[in-house]
Write a new protein. Structure first.
Lengths: 320, 282
């Protein structure tokens, strides 16, 4: 930091006008340096603001969920009954609903996203058709989730309903299965685009060596490309999972919203995010509201951990 | 003549290639299906009347979504005014200070912020800006959306500025330019395409966000331009009307969905074209 006394006041000749001029110049450059310092400090403050924002989010969630943590304790997370009317709170139905729908969505979406990654990364990196595929897959991530939900409600739910009656389960239509299907579509782009860039990073001499040994295309992919990129693909899948866990609107619209423990993957249920969306404005008792916020806190912590692990893996992979 | 096991291996290879093609292009189907269905259901609902009127009560046909359009535009404008300056400045900070400890934590926070579920942002905005004032307001919705915009703007600014050659900055500094003028007159103008594309993507993202608005802007059946009052927005209207049992309201929601979808896809495609074009020129 520069202060006024540090500034050299260079007086070349000592006529009064010259001294005045030199003083003026010194003052101007002092002013510039001060603006510069103020500007640099503003930039750092903006950086600090982001950190404070995240800490503030965490702190708010923790403070607001304290009443429920005190009243219900840790067993809240695996108590099986949720009945706010009688002051019974158990988060297990929502935890189970979240895990079921997210992992089912992940299982459905993995073959598709890996296929897109292999197609764009290995078979056809250039050309108009791969370009079209790449842009379309990226646009899947751009469609607002409320539109997925509405479309799911109007188009997908009837299809699922007739599918359910054809395999002999209770034809509700809405439920965990429907929301998993919607989620699966929504999370394809995350794993696909990351996987594509990871497959691009595979050194060509490895692949050429395998071809030179007489491997077929599939054998190169299976024994060179996929093993080389497996941590990157895993990171992509983790990021997809993070998205699926936190997704609210589309799931809320098609999952059926009951607080009972889902008996099968076709049963209606609720996820952590959807129960918050549904009941937050209706929660009239402090413990009720606080129990919902505790769900938000769990959701926040889980997605933070998943995202940070994913980012760590990507960083390590791209630095190697 | 190939021996049979070679034929088998080649056949397997082709088999997997075809399977990959089929699975990869199956991903296009849902998007096409959604586009097709929304256009088919929505295009007949949209006319001038639909754009300038507010929704009619249940049972009456007609009505429009003017309140949601105005609300969405206002909420997004305010969110952008909050988020863009902070985001760009934080991005500049990160690209200028790559090694400092504050920058490390700031980068980490940005990563965390990017992954936070939108509903959690809604809860937090509720406790910061709704509960202390005792009422839902458009302003609190804007703040929630601004938090969602920040990481995208920061990231795109940082990534763009990182790619600029250091010689640009050094040349300007060597000419005696003060640091802030170097940033505003040299660095940001050169990186404007990347920053702008990040801003547009973040606007596209928050236009469709519903969850943070549920407990903040809350929705409003009437036309309102007061930022301190509850306000309707397009995604909120779609959510409320799509889950209602009335056909007239479903019609409104289809029209609104089409407008929202076209706007979001337009922003995304436009950004893609612009960045590709400018990257070539760089």
């Amino acid at each position: 930091m520069v202060t006024r006394s540090d500034l050299p006041l260079r007086v070349i000749n000592s006529t009064p006008e010259a001294i005045l001029k030199a003083k003026k110049r010194a003052r101007r450059s002092f002013r510039q340096i001060r603006t510069e310092n103020v500007f640099k400090r503003t930039l750092s403050i903006m950086g600090l603001v982001i950190i404070i924002l995240v800490l503030g989010i965490l702190l708010t969630l923790v403070v607001q969920s304290l009443p429920s943590i005190k009243a219900l304790g840790l067993k809240y997370l695996w108590s099986k009954v949720w009945d706010p009317v009688q002051d019974i709170y158990g988060a297990w139905p929502f935890l189970l609903g979240t895990l079921l729908s997210s992992f089912l969505a992940l299982i459905i979406s993995i073959p598709f996203s890996i296929a897109v990654a292999i197609f764009l990364g290995e078979y056809h990196p250039k050309g108009w058709l791969p370009n079209f595929l790449k842009n379309t897959v990226e646009l899947i991530a751009a469609v607002p989730s409320v539109i997925y939900g509405f479309w799911g409600l109007a188009v997908l739910v009837p299809i699922v309903r007739s599918f359910e009656s054809s395999i002999g389960v209770e034809p509700v239509g809405v439920g965990i299965f429907s929301s998993s299907l919607i989620l699966a579509v929504m999370i394809i782009p995350y794993a696909a685009s990351l996987g594509r860039s990871m497959i691009h990073l595979v050194p060509s001499h490895l692949k050429e060596a395998a071809y030179g040994l007489g491997a077929t295309r599939w054998e190169v992919i299976r024994s060179v490309v996929l093993p080389y990129t497996k941590s990157g693909l895993f990171a992509g899948i983790l990021l997809s999972l993070g998205r699926a866990l936190g997704e609210t609107m589309a799931v809320t619209m098609v999952i059926g919203n009951t607080s009972l423990i889902p008996k099968s993957i076709f049963a209606p249920g609720n996820t952590m995010a959807s129960v918050i969306a549904n009941e937050f404005t209706e929660a009239d008792k402090p413990v009720y509201l606080s129990a919902l916020i505790e769900l938000g806190l769990v959701l926040f912590l889980v997605t933070v951990v998943i995202n940070l692990i994913g980012k760590k893996i990507i960083d390590r992979f791209t630095n190697e | 003549m190939q021996p049979s096991h070679v034929k088998y291996r080649l056949g397997k290879s082709y088999g997997f290639q075809i399977l990959t093609y089929i699975l990869a292009f199956a991903c296009v189907v849902p998007l096409i299906a959604i586009l097709f269905f929304i256009i088919k259901a929505g295009v007949t609902k949209i006319n001038w009347h639909f754009l300038v009127n507010i929704p009619k009560p249940v049972g009456e046909t007609g009505g429009g979504i003017a309140n949601a359009l105005v609300g969405s535009i206002l909420i997004i404008l305010v969110a952008s005014v909050i988020a863009i300056p902070i985001g760009i400045m934080a991005g500049v900070y990160l690209s200028e200070n790559r090694k400092s400890r504050l920058a490390y934590w700031c980068r980490l926070s940005t990563d965390i912020l990017q992954g936070v579920p939108s509903i959690v942002i809604g809860i937090v905005a509720y406790f910061w800006l709704v509960k202390p004032f005792g009422k839902f307001s458009a302003l609190s919705g804007s703040a929630a959306l601004a938090i969602m915009m920040l990481p995208i703007v920061i990231r795109s600014t940082e990534e763009t500025l990182k790619l600029l050659p250091d010689s640009l900055k050094e040349a300007a500094l060597a000419l005696g330019m003060p640091f802030h003028r170097v940033i505003f007159k040299v660095i940001i103008p050169v990186g404007v395409s990347g920053i702008l594309s990040g801003v547009m993507l973040s606007i596209a993202r928050i236009t469709g966000e519903t969850a943070p608005l549920l407990f903040t802007a809350f929705g409003n059946p009437y036309l309102s331009t007061k930022l301190t009052q509850p306000m309707q927005s397009l995604p909120l209207l779609i959510f409320n009307y799509a889950t209602s049992p009335y056909n007239e309201w479903h019609d409104l929601a289809w029209g609104a969905s089409l407008i929202l979808l076209v706007w979001v896809l337009f922003l995304n495609i436009f950004t893609k074209i612009v960045t590709r074009k400018w990257k070539v020129q760089l």
